[in-house]
Design a protein around this ligand. Structure first.
Ligand code: HEM
Length: 417
């Protein structure tokens, strides 16, 4: 049996019923499968079932309290700190200073006047793509990266950035894994070394570009009060947070279109109609983010003894927020375990905002939520115009690193329209 780092004393998968046991290839994917399996299945006390010794919250009201009380439920540094520090994993004044460096830039990049550029970035990148899943995925990454860099008035070195992002994903996957399963000393050392190397390689790339180097200087100037501040660490985590989640969402929409030809044709017709309103397209995007939240769970550290949702929590304890569980809570959604491309709650706009939090809410919500929404919409419009998808089966396979992606090599077929 593996030894685990978060204080789990029992084999934490015992007795859990999962939908795709054959596909469970890694501990990380298991965690996500468990969250899916447990969603809506109250434990003995009527609350969410825990994951080992981790208290899991999936009640929308309790989760709303957690995300709106960041002083009590704090970001925990341990997970990704080998990759450095950014607004993603810091708290208090440190976080506020870091947030100010990028927040206005993300808001400006999502303004309505930017929409044609975002649309063109996806349209053009996809029109150069071959009709295969890996090629479309690369094209989506290229477009999203172009948009992210452009927000900072920069132009990416595409090939180098793409390969560095693959390395960031690999390191993050290992860091996540080791927060559940204790690494050996050698594994820990190798992962930290790989994390430092990828940051150093990012730094070389950015510093060799005059404009990027100037932007890193601006970051530094705005963070002089933060000891040991690294502008490259800040930039890399922001880039990864923005690009990975956006591309992931578009990949899941493709996956779902492939699973249902009728839905696909209806959405294709809606998009070709040229109408300004696209309710079914908006609905499938929302339903995709409900069913496959790009960030499926979060952890937080409790800063003082407290009671939440009838659970006693101690200072220093780690808790989990299951976004999957919130999104499948049967008190808030009808048939929550069904993927419904024309889900009533979205079409009628009648859903409870606390039960749909793909970007989170509260002070620590996604910094690029508006840009992310704009990008996903334009990506889906371009994808549906240009490609058609099919599926040989409807078995869901995950690939979880920091974001929840469809596994590579899934059975989605692609053709150009
Ligand atoms: C579909 C697209 C996206 C989704 C679903 C998403 C989701 C999220 C979620 C759930 C968090 C909170 C994580 C936590 O509390 O641990 C987050 C944070 C963040 N996201 Fe996004 N995101 C998306 C796109 C973007 C984009 C496009 C950008 C930037 C260009 C971005 C930048 C950030 C940043 C900077 C944070 C940290 C916020 C803070 O604590 O200050 N995201 N995102």
């Amino acid at each position: 049996m593996v030894s685990v780092a978060v204080g789990l004393t029992e084999p934490w998968l015992t007795g859990v019923v999962v939908d795709n046991p054959a596909q469970i290839e890694s501990v990380l994917n298991n965690i996500v499968y468990v969250l899916f399996a447990q969603s809506g299945q109250a434990g003995t006390n009527g609350k969410a079932r825990d994951l080992g010794n981790l208290v899991v919250f999936d009640d929308p009201e309790a989760v709303d309290t957690i995300v709106k009380t960041p002083a009590l439920f704090r970001k925990n540094f341990s997970l990704i700190s080998a990759l450095g520090f950014s607004r993603f994993n810091t708290n208090d004044e440190d976080w506020a200073i870091r947030r100010a460096i990028t927040q206005d830039i993300y808001l400006a990049a999502a303004k309505p006047a930017q929409q044609p550029f975002v649309a063109e970035a996806y349209e053009a990148s996809l029109s150069r793509s071959e009709a295969t899943l890996p090629a479309i995925q690369q094209a989506l990454f290229a477009a999203s990266m172009t948009i992210f860099y452009r927000a900072f008035a920069l132009v990416p070195d595409m090939a180098t950035t793409l390969s560095l992002l693959d390395r960031v994903r690999d390191v993050l996957r290992r860091l996540q894994y080791y927060s559940w399963v204790s690494p050996t000393t050698a594994e820990r050392a190798t992962t930290i070394k790989d994390a430092r190397t990828v940051i150093a390689d990012f730094a070389s790339m950015l510093m060799s570009d005059t404009r990027a180097a100037a932007e890193m200087k601006r970051f530094r100037t705005e963070a002089t009060s933060i000891e040991g501040f690294s502008p490259v660490e800040e930039f890399v985590m922001n880039l990864f947070a923005g690009v990975e989640t956006t591309v992931t969402t578009a990949l899941w929409v493709m996956d779902r279109l492939g699973a249902n030809q009728q839905v696909q044709e209806r959405i294709h017709a809606e998009i070709l109609s040229g109408e300004a309103q696209t309710p079914y397209t908006d609905c499938i995007i929302n339903e995709t983010m409900r069913y496959f939240p790009p960030i499926p769970f979060l952890t937080r550290e409790v800063s003082a003894d407290t009671v939440l949702d009838g659970r006693e929590l101690r200072a220093g304890q780690l808790i989990m927020v299951s976004i999957v569980g919130v999104h499948q809570n049967p008190a808030f959604w009808e048939n929550p375990r069904t993927f419904d491309a024309s889900r009533k709650e979205f079409i009628d706009n009648s859903f409870d905002r606390r039960a749909f939090i793909p970007f989170l809410t509260g002070p620590r919500m996604c910094g690029g939520a508006r840009l992310g929404r704009l990008e996903v919409k334009e990506a889906v419009l371009a994808i549906v115009r240009q490609f058609a998808f099919s599926r040989a089966d409807d078995v869901i396979r995950f690939d979880y690193a920091l974001a929840l992606r469809p596994a590579q090599g899934s059975s989605v077929g692609v053709s150009r329209r």
